[in-house]
Design a protein. Sequence first.
Lengths: 282, 136
Amino acid sequence: MRKSRSKRKSNIHLQQPTINPRDFQFMITKVAVSQICKSVGFRRSRVSALETLTLVATKYLETLVKSAASFSNAASRTQSNILDLTNALHDMSLQVGFMGASTLYDHNNNCLLKSSVLESLSDFVSSTNEIPFAKPIERAKERESEEVNAVPGSFQERGGHIPEWLPRFPDVGGTNENCDKRVNGEQLWEDSSSVLGCQIDGFEEKRCGSNNVGKLPKGRSRIKFRVNNGGGTRVGLNGISCNNVFGQSKDEEEAEPVAVCEKSVKSEEKQILVYKRRKKRC
Amino acid sequence: MNHNPQSSDGKHDDDSALSDFLASLMDYAPTIPDELVEHYLAKSGFQCPDVRLIRLIAVATQKFVAEVASDALQHCKARQAAVVKDKREKQQKDKRLILTMDDLSKSLREYGVNVKHQEYFADSPSTGIDPASREE
C-alpha cells in the first residue's frame, strides 16, 4: 500500500505544470543545482522548491557579478579583477557574517586578498568532492563569432563600408621590407640584369598573390545589379565577375562567353540572359 | 583576527596560499559549468578573460547553494526527528530526504531571502498544514 501511494504521489509531481520560464539557461542551472542538492544528501525534491533554489542561485550569481562589475567601473576599469570580486563577495556575505568583517574597511590592518571569505572558498574547494556538470555544453555561437573575428584579422583597419566577402588588403606590415627592397632596387637600377631579375620576382609574387586572393575569407552572397538602358534590359551579374568582364574586354561579344565561363556565377540565369541578348540582336 | 600587523613572512604565506588556490582552480571543475557562468557574466557586463576568476565565481555560487541546501537538509532531518518521536509508524515513510519549500524557506531566511510559498500552488495537500494538525 505504501509503495502504491508513493507511486501515485510521484506521478502527480511529474504531471504538475511548472510556471517558471523554461529557458535553456534556467534548465542548465536547474541541473547543476539538483546535482549540488544530491551531493549534500537530498534524495528527492519538490519541483517548486528546486526551481526556487535555482532562481535564488541565479540571482546570487547575477548580483555578485554585477556588484564586482560596478566595483571595477568605479575604479575606472572595464575589466574586473580579483579585488573587485573579493569586494563583491564581502558585500554578498555580510548578511551571514564572516571573520574580519568589522575591520573590513580599515586599510591599515587589513589586506583584501587575505580575507576569510576567500579562505573559506579555498577550504570548500579542498574539502568538497569535485562534481563536474552532467553533460558537456557546446558553445557553437561563440566559436562561430571567434572564427569570424579571427579570419579578417585586421578588422579595425578595414572599414565597415567594405563588404566582408571581398579579399583582404595586402599586409601593411611588410611596407618596411618593401622600402628596403626598393632602396636595394635603386642601387641596382644601373645594373640591367639585376633589374630584370627583380621584375621577374615581382611578377611571380603578384601571381602568387592573385592565387591567394582567390580564397575569400567568407563566402559572398549573391549580388544583383540592375542597369536600366533605354530598352530596359536587365543585367544580373555577380560582383567580381562584373569587374572581370569590364576589365578584360571592351567588346560586349567577347564579354559574354567570359561571363558564362565564370564558375561562381549561377549558370541558369546567366544562360537565360545570354539567350535573351542574342535573341534581341537577331 | 587581523589586529596585529603580520610579518612579511606571513604576508608572503598568504599570497602564496591565494596563488596556490587560484592555480588549483585551473584543474578544478565546478558543478556550475563555465559556459553558464560566462553567459551570466556577459549578461551582467562583467569582463574578465581569466578562467580562474570565472571558476571562482562558480565556486562561490556552488558554495552558497550547497550551504543553503545543507541547512535545508538539517531542517528536514530535525522536522522528521520530531515527527518520529510522536509516531514511529511513519518513520520509514518519512525517512526519505526530500527538499521541500518549508525547509528551503527556513534556510533561505538566514541568508536574507524571504521566500513565501503560495498556499494555492501547494505541492501536496499536506504542505500548508502544520505537522501538529496533520497528525489529527
